[in-house]
Structures are given as structure tokens and as C-alpha cells.
Ligand binder design. Structure first.
Ligand SMILES: Nc1ncnc2c1ncn2[C@@H]1O[C@H](COP(=O)(O)OP(=O)(O)OP(=O)(O)O)[C@@H](O)[C@H]1O
Length: 252
């Protein structure tokens, strides 16, 4: 059988923000296989968002390469951009537009034809519980509704890889359940999920593979159950504290 390229292949990645004293990453290597529900965890300031921004091409590596499904990020921008969806921590839609208008706009941006845009827009508004408010301005929505709009936009083009940076921050239990169940369904249909969160109990429901990042280094990586067994911990929170320590990580 031919070798299948991993969903994400990071090789010898080095990156430093201009003006910072120390690099964020030096010679980092990470592979994420296709079809995984992969969780990237770590304390505040560990580098999770920076790594997501590098994987999605928002930041450019100083050294090393990142490939998605075997295609190098930064080289074939248009091809790479259509491979993945990104649900960033900050809302990435137009507040003055309705959810329907936002989905139509981003569908067109991804080059979908109008028939597909209409069908995906109707489907996503329904799945996300936004059908009744489809024509209202998003700026009038609650935080949980805005999170669902953010997610819908990230998946309108049926991406094979979906990056999610804290997709459930600040939402209620109902929205959290809806989002997690939707993500599990997407994964069953073949989408690789790459997810960060501080909600470790939620991560246990969602992820089958995890990596713990601290100070730009991967402290542990593997199947969630294998890691818990190997380190003799009952849950991800215990493992997290054991590997990253209990001290605060406030930036100064
Ligand atoms: N634009 C920037 N310029 C300079 N330094 C930055 C920039 N963005 C982030 N950093 C620094 O890089 C480090 C990693 O930040 P990052 O936001 O990637 O961490 P994180 O793991 O996502 O944290 P959190 O859990 O708090 O979201 C921090 O020390 C942060 O101060």
C-alpha cells in the first residue's frame, strides 16, 4: 500500500517572534495522522496558539517545514487553504452581517458554487441551532451563538483537517455539548480534528490522541489512554499537572 501522508507533519520547526528574547520553538517535530481527534494542551503561554498559527500559515516558520496532507504550508497557499478549516479563538466573522450572510461570504471566499453554498448554509444553520435567527445581525447574539457561527464558518467547505483553538470558551453546557457532538460526527465522516482547550474534561470526551506542550517543547504525546496508563494517572488533569508542574505561567 502507498504511504499515506500524515494530516500534519512538522519537521525541525524553529520560530521566534521578532523582538522576543527567546525562540518559541527550536527544532520541534510533530506528526498527526489522518483521522485523529488530536488535542494540544499546555499551560498559558506554552505556545499552543503560536503553533496553530504556524500550522495554518498565519505565521511563517524561520526554519523547518510544516506539511498538511503532504503539501507544504506557505508554498501552495490556495491549495493548502482549501485543505483545512480554522476556528480561531477570536471571532472571525462580520458582526454586522447575519449568520446566513457570513456563511455565504465565506463559502464564496472558498470558491464554492452558489448551489453548494446554499445547501451548506441551510444545513449548518440547522445543525448549529441558528435557523430561526438566520437573518439577524450576529452582533446581537449571545457568546454561545457567536461560537456556533465561528464554527459553522470553519467547516463550510468540508475541510479534511479542522483546527480549533478553544472552540468552546465561554459557552454554556448546551452549546458545549452541541459543539463537541458535532465535532465527533465530523470526525466520523473523515475530518481530522486538531484542538486546543483548557477544558481537560471536555478534551477527554473529544480526543483520542494528545500532546502536552510546555515552554515550546512537547513533554508527552500519544494515545490518551496509553499516556494515562504509562504515567499512572486517572485523568488528563492529573497527568497535565504532573508533567507541567503547579506554578502559574503568567507572562510579564
Ligand atoms: N505577537 C506576539 N509577539 C510576541 N510574543 C508573542 C506574540 N504572541 C504570543 N507571544 C508569546 O509567545 C508565547 C506563547 O504564546 P501563545 O499565545 O502561543 O501561548 P498559548 O499556549 O496559546 O497560551 P494561552 O493558553 O494563554 O492561550 C507567550 O510567551 C506569548 O507572550
Amino acid at each position: 500500500m502507498a504511504n499515506v501522508a500524515p494530516a500534519v507533519n512538522i519537521a525541525n520547526l524553529s520560530f521566534q517572534y521578532p523582538g522576543n528574547e527567546a525562540p518559541s520553538f527550536t527544532n520541534l517535530n510533530l506528526q498527526i495522522a489522518k483521522g485523529e481527534r488530536f488535542g494540544l494542551f499546555g499551560p498559558n503561554g506554552a505556545g499552543k496558539t503560536t503553533l496553530m498559527n504556524l500550522m495554518t500559515g498565519l505565521l511563517k516558520a524561520d526554519e523547518g517545514t510544516i506539511a498538511l496532507n503532504g503539501i507544504k504550508v506557505g508554498r501552495h497557499k490556495y491549495r493548502v487553504n482549501r485543505l483545512f478549516g480554522f476556528v480561531p479563538q477570536d471571532f472571525s466573522f462580520y458582526q454586522e452581517l447575519s449568520p446566513k450572510e457570513n456563511l455565504e461570504f465565506f463559502g464564496a471566499w472558498y470558491g464554492l458554487n452558489s448551489q453548494v453554498i446554499k445547501q451548506k448554509t441551510d444545513e449548518l444553520l440547522q445543525v448549529m441551532g441558528l435557523a430561526d435567527v438566520r437573518d439577524k445581525q450576529v452582533q446581537q447574539f449571545s457568546g454561545g451563538m457567536k461560537r456556533r457561527v465561528n464554527l459553522a464558518i470553519g467547516v463550510i467547505h468540508n475541510p479534511g483537517i479542522l483546527f480549533l483553538d478553544e472552540p468552546t470558551v465561554g459557552v454554556d453546557v448546551q452549546t458545549r455539548h452541541a459543539i463537541i457532538n458535532y465535532l465527533i460526527d465530523l470526525n466520523k465522516n473523515g475530518t481530522t480534528l486538531i484542538y486546543t482547550s483548557h477544558q481537560l474534561n471536555e478534551a477527554e470526551d473529544l480526543c483520542n490522541e494528545v500532546a502536552l506542550l510546555d515552554d515550546g517543547k512537547i513533554m508527552a504525546q500519544g494515545g490518551l489512554n496509553d499516556l494515562l496508563k504509562q504515567h499512572k494517572h486517572d485523568d488528563l488533569e492529573e497527568l497535565f499537572l504532573a508533567l507541567t508542574g503547579k506554578h502559574f505561567r503568567d507572562d510579564v
